[in-house]
Ligand binder design. Structure first.
Ligand code: MN3
Length: 215
C-alpha cells in the first residue's frame, strides 16, 4: 500500500515560517492519517489502480467522496513537501520568461497568489498551474486537485488548511502565504514541473504503492 514519504529536508529546516512542531504534526500526523485512511478505504479495489494518481482520478470519477478526500489529501501533501526548500532561488529559464510575459512580473504573480490564497474561503489549496505554456493561479477546496483537470500540471502549491499555519501565524493566512512565497517556495521544482507541462520531462508522481496491495 501507499507509504508516507520522508520529507526532503529536516523537520526544523523551514523555520521560522513553518516551525518544527508544525511540520512534525503536519507530516507525521495529518499526512500520515490521510495515507492510512487511503490504504484502508482502497483495500479491496484490487487492480483498479496502480498509483495514487490513478486512485485520485478513479475515486473522483466514481463519486467515492471519502476515498477521494483521503487520496487527494495524501497526494496534495506529497506534492506540497516538494514545493518547499530551505534554500530558495528565483524562477529561471522559460518559467521566469513566461511569468513576466503572462503576469507582468514575478511580483505581480506573488500579489495574485497571496490574494487568491487569502480570500479562498475555508480549507483548501492555492496552486500555480500550467496548461502547456499557459500559467494560472487557482485554488481548490478541501482535497481538490488539479490532477483531474485535463492537461493541467501543478507547478507549486501552498496548503491553506489552518493546520498548515495556525501554530505559527494564528489566523493571519496572508502573513503565512507571504512568508511562504518569499522564504520557502521552490522554483527549481516548479521549473521541472513546467518542463513536464510542456512535454520535456515527466511530472512528479507520488511514490508507487509497495507490496501487492493490488491483488
Ligand atoms: Mn495539510
Amino acid at each position: 500500500m501507499f507509504e508516507l514519504p520522508d520529507l526532503p529536508y529536516g523537520y526544523d529546516a523551514l523555520e521560522p515560517v513553518i516551525s518544527e512542531v508544525t511540520l512534525q504534526l503536519h507530516h507525521g500526523k495529518h499526512h500520515a492519517r490521510y495515507v492510512a485512511m487511503t490504504n484502508s478505504l482502497a483495500d479491496g479495489l484490487g487492480t483498479d489502480f496502480q498509483s495514487l494518481e490513478d486512485l485520485v482520478a478513479l475515486s473522483a470519477r466514481r463519486g467515492q467522496r471519502q476515498l477521494f478526500n483521503n487520496a487527494g489529501q495524501a497526494w496534495n501533501h506529497g506534492f506540497f513537501w516538494q514545493c518547499m526548500t530551505p534554500v530558495p532561488t528565483p524562477p529561471a529559464g522559460d518559467l521566469a520568461k513566461n511569468i513576466e510575459a503572462q503576469f507582468g512580473s514575478l511580483d505581480a504573480l506573488r500579489t495574485l497568489f497571496i490574494a487568491e490564497g487569502t480570500s479562498h474561503f475555508g480549507s483548501g489549496w492555492a496552486w500555480l498551474v500550467a496548461k502547456g505554456e499557459d500559467l494560472a493561479v487557482i485554488t481548490t477546496h478541501d482535497a481538490g486537485s488539479p490532477l483531474n483537470q485535463t492537461g493541467v500540471t501543478p507547478l507549486l502549491v501552498c496548503d491553506l488548511w489552518e493546520h498548515a499555519y495556525y501554530l505559527d501565524h494564528q489566523n493571519d493566512r496572508a502573513a503565512f502565504l507571504s512568508a511562504w512565497w518569499d522564504k520557502l517556495a521552490y522554483w527549481g521544482f516548479a521549473g521541472r514541473q513546467y518542463a513536464a507541462a510542456n512535454g520535456e520531462s515527466a511530472a512528479w508522481r507520488y511514490p508507487k504503492p509497495v507490496e501487492p496491495a493490488l491483488s
